[in-house]
Design a binder for this molecule. Structure first.
Ligand SMILES: Cc1cc2nc3c(=O)[nH]c(=O)nc-3n(C[C@H](O)[C@H](O)[C@H](O)COP(=O)(O)O)c2cc1C
Length: 414
């Protein structure tokens, strides 16, 4: 795991659950600053152009403003989303393990900026080290002067609770998370109403990713310009990229947002295993678009990837070397996604299952030319047909594998 940008993973911040060591590293300073002018936090986050790092890239300040403008009914909630369950994404668990106080301070800053009084840390139940570190860190905040001061600024008690998730990938979707926190199965809800208007128990609810929240303390301490300048070109801030697959040094790399795919794989990741040529990169996790060697020059940020018809997603890059069959890999991911569909929306339940079955059939040499036609029309029909984005991501994955590697599907038919 490497930190080359000295922001979220700065060695001074990586003190685990030790609150004294974290305070020596200016921990708590941002809360002290925010106590003087909580409304300024939202304006600073807006100027910093911080985006949601849980996959959407949505401007953080816009969701914050929506929640800030709602009255408590009787509460307002923040869900800190650490469900992290998609293949190839493993960054939030590192933040929770190594710098949980930074995440907690970020959550409290978000709460003060938006008038939230109930914070829920919603964490993947299969990450025992992350859960233990966060639990130990939270215990140190309970009854601390910093939490008391934050409650005093808010004008009511601020509560922080830890809720292990359901163990389902779909449980990371924001409305599914709210259902689980309410004690129900994590079925995504239809939208509107949006969480900002009608969230947990009908209260205004903000939901942000762990990495998003971890960025707030440094933005408040150092200012919007400092954060913007961490990125390359028009991109702002730094990014935790989860690098895995056929690379020499897989891991989490904190690099300037907008670092090129080439730099990530070859400069930091040490290149491909056995010096093999690059064939493709599944981005996202894989519920996204494929990149190819023609994209090695692309900056890994929201806008640059969008210009290539791709998405940054969570910043997961799964590297595939020449010699690996794309159809087989897509078939593996499709098994995961078909299994992950909650089954609520017929199009998603049958669409993901059908795609999985057809691609499996092609991969095992039993496919027909008609299967290719069916897959293509499903990729056109499915996006937008479900309550949540699961089916959209699946269609993107299959569609982009078709666009770049259609010849492999055709070969597999023979
Ligand atoms: C199927 C599915 C799974 C998701 N899983 C996660 C997750 O594990 N963590 C996460 O932060 N966001 C996840 N999201 C995105 C959330 O719905 C939401 O956009 C995000 O938590 C908002 O935080 P951000 O604005 O800080 O990115 C998922 C979305 C979908 C459709």
């Amino acid at each position: 795991m490497e930190s080359l940008n000295a922001n979220l993973l700065h060695p001074r911040q990586r003190v685990g659950e030790s609150m004294p060591r974290w305070r020596e590293a200016d921990g708590g300073e941002a809360l002290r600053l925010a106590a003087q002018d909580p409304a300024a936090v939202l304006a600073t986050v807006q100027d910093a152009d911080l985006r949601g790092l849980g996959g959407s890239g949505f401007p953080v300040w816009r969701k914050w403003q929506a929640v800030a403008s709602e009255a408590p009914r009787p509460d307002k909630y923040l869900v800190c989303n650490g469900n992290e369950d998609e293949p190839g994404t493993f960054k939030d668990r590192l933040l929770l393990e190594e710098t949980p106080h930074q995440v907690i301070e970020g959550a409290l800053l978000a709460a003060l900026a938006t008038g939230i009084n109930r914070i829920v840390f919603y964490i993947n139940p299969d990450l025992p080290r992350s859960l233990a570190a966060l639990k130990a860190a939270l215990a140190q905040w309970q009854g601390s002067d910093m939490l008391e001061q934050a409650s005093a600024v808010l004008g009511r008690p601020l509560t922080m609770t830890l809720v292990p998730g359901s163990g389902h990938y779909i449980g990371g979707e924001e409305t599914a998370a709210m259902e689980w926190i309410e004690g129900k199965f994590p079925f995504p809800r239809g939208k509107p109403p949006y969480p900002a208007q009608f969230g947990i128990h009908g209260c205004p609810t903000l939901i942000n990713n762990i990495e998003t929240l971890a960025n707030i303390p440094a933005i408040v301490r150092h200012g919007a310009d400092w954060f913007r300048n961490l990125g390359i070109g028009h991109a702002t801030g730094s990014k935790l990229y989860s690098l895995s697959g056929d690379v020499l040094h897989p891991g989490v790399y904190e690099l300037p947002m907008g670092t090129t795919l080439h730099d990530l794989i070859f400069t930091h990741g040490g290149g491909l295993l056995s010096g093999k040529p690059l064939k493709a990169v599944f981005t996202g996790g894989p519920s996204n678009t494929l990149l190819t060697p023609a994209d090695l020059d692309v900056g890994l940020d929201f806008e640059s990837l969008r210009e290539r018809g791709a998405n940054l997603g969570t910043g997961a890059m799964i590297v595939v070397s020449e010699g690996t069959g794309i159809v087989k890999r897509v078939a593996e991911y499709m098994r995961f996604f078909a299994h992950s569909s909650c089954g609520q929306c017929v199009s998603c339940k049958t669409g993901t299952a059908t795609l999985s079955r057809l691609i499996e059939r092609i991969d095992t040499g039993r496919g027909t030319a008609d299967d290719l036609v069916t897959i293509e029309s499903l990729c056109r029909m499915l996006p937008g047909s479900g309550r949540c984005h699961l089916v959209n991501g699946v269609a993107q994955l299959v569609d982009s594998s078709f666009r770049h590697f259609r010849h492999e599907y055709q070969q597999a038919l023979k």
